[in-house]
Unconditional design. Structure first.
Length: 276
């Protein structure tokens, strides 16, 4: 039954590897190709870009104008040359910053794992969520694990709260006002009053604690990592079972996690912000 049905579906659909190219996708392909051409030169005239892209000058001008409206390219009114735009630089710089952190953080994560015996993590803030980007797992049979790319709520995350604590309260209130504080366990800080009180404590000591606030039986100690502008953009943490991360151990590990985060901040060219 399955063997006869599959060829029938294949005949009705597209051949393997064959994809439709709607006009909108074709325009996007052309625009991205044009962006690559502009970025490879120290300034290029419209006619040169059109020739390199194999597109009519009139079409090239429309695409360049659209890219310019998004800050991806810019035209010099005196020379008529097109160059890469500020927005394209910001996007590329964002990739380099996160890739740089991911690479530089490995020895710090490894050292934290070895010293604590627990899984060490690096996560960034993106769109109001925490996104895990790197991890060095503990060798213990029972351990924390966060798949790279996994998103989590900032209010119920050690790293998330460390980042929030480093930001102005008005900014935090604006972020939290756009979404509900979901309750995951009995210990989740699901009201702004409770969360803000915890953020004050985090600011005072320099590191945060997820005390079974997202997952029953798991604790996480974290500290923020700052960029060159003193903005908290990421965080380091150690996570493990509550039975191993007692409050006594947490009190000893907290300053060590903060020291590791400060060292990573310095190694990546950042600086710790003043208390907000």
């Amino acid at each position: 039954m399955d063997q006869t049905a599959e060829p029938h579906r294949a005949r009705r659909g597209r051949k393997p590897g064959e994809h439709a190219a709607p006009a909108s996708v074709q325009v996007l392909d052309r625009a991205l190709n044009m962006l690559a051409i502009v970025s490879s030169r120290d300034g290029a005239l419209l006619t040169d870009i059109a020739e390199a892209a194999g597109i009519a000058p009139s079409t090239t001008h429309r695409l360049l104008t659209s890219l310019a409206s998004h800050g991806m390219v810019a035209a010099d009114p005196e020379t008529g040359q097109w160059t890469i735009g500020v927005k394209a630089f910001e996007i590329g710089n964002g990739f380099l910053r996160h890739r740089k952190l991911g690479t530089i953080s490995r020895p710090f994560l490894t050292a934290l794992m070895q010293e604590s015996g627990e899984t060490a993590n690096l996560a960034i803030e993106d769109g109001g969520d925490v996104v895990f980007v790197s991890q060095v797992e503990s060798h213990a049979p029972m351990r924390a694990f966060f798949r790279p790319g996994r998103r989590g709520p900032m209010h119920a995350s050690g790293i998330g709260k460390a980042i929030l604590a480093a930001r102005p309260q008005a900014e935090v209130a604006g972020m939290l006002g756009r979404r509900a504080l979901e309750r995951f366990t009995e210990k989740t800080l699901d009201t702004q009053a409770a969360l803000f009180a915890d953020l004050e404590a985090i600011r005072a000591r320099g590191w945060s604690l997820d005390d079974e606030e997202h997952t029953v039986g798991m604790r996480c100690i974290a500290a923020a990592v700052f960029n060159e502008y003193g903005e908290a953009v990421a965080g380091l943490s150690v996570s493990g079972p509550a039975v191993r991360l007692s409050y006594e151990r947490i009190g000893k590990l907290g300053p060590k996690v903060r020291d590791a985060a400060d060292a990573l901040t310095a190694a990546s060219g950042g600086r710790r912000a003043k208390t907000v």
